[in-house]
Design a protein around this ligand. Sequence first.
Ligand SMILES: C[S@@+](CC[C@H](N)C(=O)[O-])C[C@H]1O[C@@H](n2cnc3c(N)ncnc32)[C@H](O)[C@@H]1O
Length: 288
Amino acid sequence: MSSSTTTPSANENVEEVGKRYFLPRSYDEGRRMQNQHEWIKGCAGGLIKAPIDRTRSNLHVLDAATADGYWIHDVAREFPKDAEFVGFDSAPEEFPPIENPSTKFHVAKQNLIETFPAEWANKFDLVHQRFVIPLFKEAEVPNVLKNLTGCVKPGGWIQLVEMDFSAYVQAEKTTAINMLHTLTNSIVSDPKAATKLGRRLEEQGFVNVHSEGINLVAGNAPESSELGERGSRNMLAVLQYFMSVAKPEMFGMTQEEWASLPEKFTQDMKEHKMVLRVYYVWAQKPEQ
Ligand SMILES: C[S@@+](CC[C@H](N)C(=O)[O-])C[C@H]1O[C@@H](n2cnc3c(N)ncnc32)[C@H](O)[C@@H]1O
């Protein structure tokens, strides 16, 4: 058998990876991601854990899979005015631009699995990426990371932020909460991807590798009703997105049980607290 019949061409692979991404790209999805951004920032106590010196001039920052660039808009306030921001996404044109951005930034169309522009090589003091890695199969991740690490300047940092879909830290075992866990865990390509990122960055030759698990609270969270509410809103939307690509038969449920899940989840979140785990992983490219 020739290799052309077993190995998909680059274009076929781009198409196949594109089909795996089932979340919408729209104004409403932009708003959901903005709420999710504020939720994570609040739970983690900030956006950047990599110890980049933000007093230096002419810093270059790249945000991968940036959607509408909301992360850049928010993080730019923590950088000197002359810092330069670039974001890219495989379909940036599908996200309406954010209103009144805090800084000027350039958004490019670029797929994570295709060759990156030569002018990005070794250019950025910080490369950031959040919430896209579990989309990729285990075997694809090293190439995605190679593209990203190639953009980091010697001495610069990469920071990856990803959800661990394989484990909820704490949750009452209600049907709706269990279903959210089962759905997310069974549909993403690699639910444990977040836990492997530190080792993968070491394999790319990066040093000073850190991986920090952060608890995200949702629902009836006595420590912060605001974060609990943001988390509930976000996870309800996530539940509905995942339901849209699954069927009740896959989980031995009747149509009625399935249809009632969002309402049950909303009720559960009023009564219970749920804790999910996100990983901030950061590492440095050696100077030489
Ligand atoms: C869940 S959103 C996260 C957006 C943003 N990073 C954040 O944290 O709010 C995932 C983003 O990845 C983009 N994306 C999906 N597959 C991609 C690919 N193969 N290459 C580049 N971007 C991709 C989507 O268009 C979407 O904007």
